[in-house]
Design a protein around this ligand. Sequence first.
Ligand SMILES: NC(=O)c1ccc[n+]([C@@H]2O[C@H](COP(=O)([O-])OP(=O)(O)OC[C@H]3O[C@@H](n4cnc5c(N)ncnc54)[C@H](OP(=O)(O)O)[C@@H]3O)[C@@H](O)[C@H]2O)c1
Length: 236
Amino acid sequence: MPTILITGANRGLGLEFARQYSADGWKVIACCRTPADAHELNELAAGADITVEQLDVNDFAAIDALGEKYKGVPIDVLLNNAGIIGPIPIAENAMRQHFSKMDYEVWEQVLRTNTFAPVKMAEVFLENVAASEQKKIVTISSTVGSIAEMSVPALAYASSKTALNRVMTIIAGQLKERGIIVAMYCPGYVKTRMDAFGYATVEVPESIAALRPMIADLTIEKTGSFTGHDGRTIGW
Ligand SMILES: NC(=O)c1ccc[n+]([C@@H]2O[C@H](COP(=O)([O-])OP(=O)(O)OC[C@H]3O[C@@H](n4cnc5c(N)ncnc54)[C@H](OP(=O)(O)O)[C@@H]3O)[C@@H](O)[C@H]2O)c1
């Protein structure tokens, strides 16, 4: 069966990805910052082919170490899911990423997690993906980063996803001749902890159930694409 490595797999979309891929018989490498507190994930892993790995994606030495541990192991789908919207609680801290109130440390943190880390993951696990059958690097982005479609004042989050989309499309071009597919998805406005204001409309299982068939259908012709959970191509 194929193997998927998921970052931020302890809650929200990452946990549901782990649940659904595992239920489908995949081998899941589920990464999270604090395995000891990842009760739902540990429960899920107990009865399945899920290996829980400790990984803070901001710790690049830890990414290198995990890469060493998995050297030579084919990974069909590298799923960059971990992400942050900004400081928590969001409601109290939202203005810290708005123009005239910018907290530049926050911006650096958001860029490191949402933009640098997915690239670092792709660099470190590239040969694992290349050695697999499916050869897919999938990253969860957001329409909030779309230059064509949105202008959201959350400067840190928006710019991190805009930059993510740009670098992933560049990498897609570079990896195309090796047959490695790079794709981005927006999961919709989903009811996870990121939805601090309670406006989200999409249920977590619904979002992941919509994304998985699209990830399954990815071909090299679709490399560099950015797609919504509704199947719509997003102008990144
Ligand atoms: N929900 C939405 O409406 C929505 C819309 C568009 C895009 N997205 C994207 O979807 C992805 C998943 O978000 P979500 O909605 O599931 O949010 P969430 O419930 O807040 O989950 C975020 C996940 O990322 C992990 N994470 C954050 N920083 C990390 C780090 N430095 N190292 C490792 N893991 C880290 C969190 O782990 P901890 O528990 O340790 O904090 C958690 O597992 C993100 O990339 C987000 O930008 C979400």
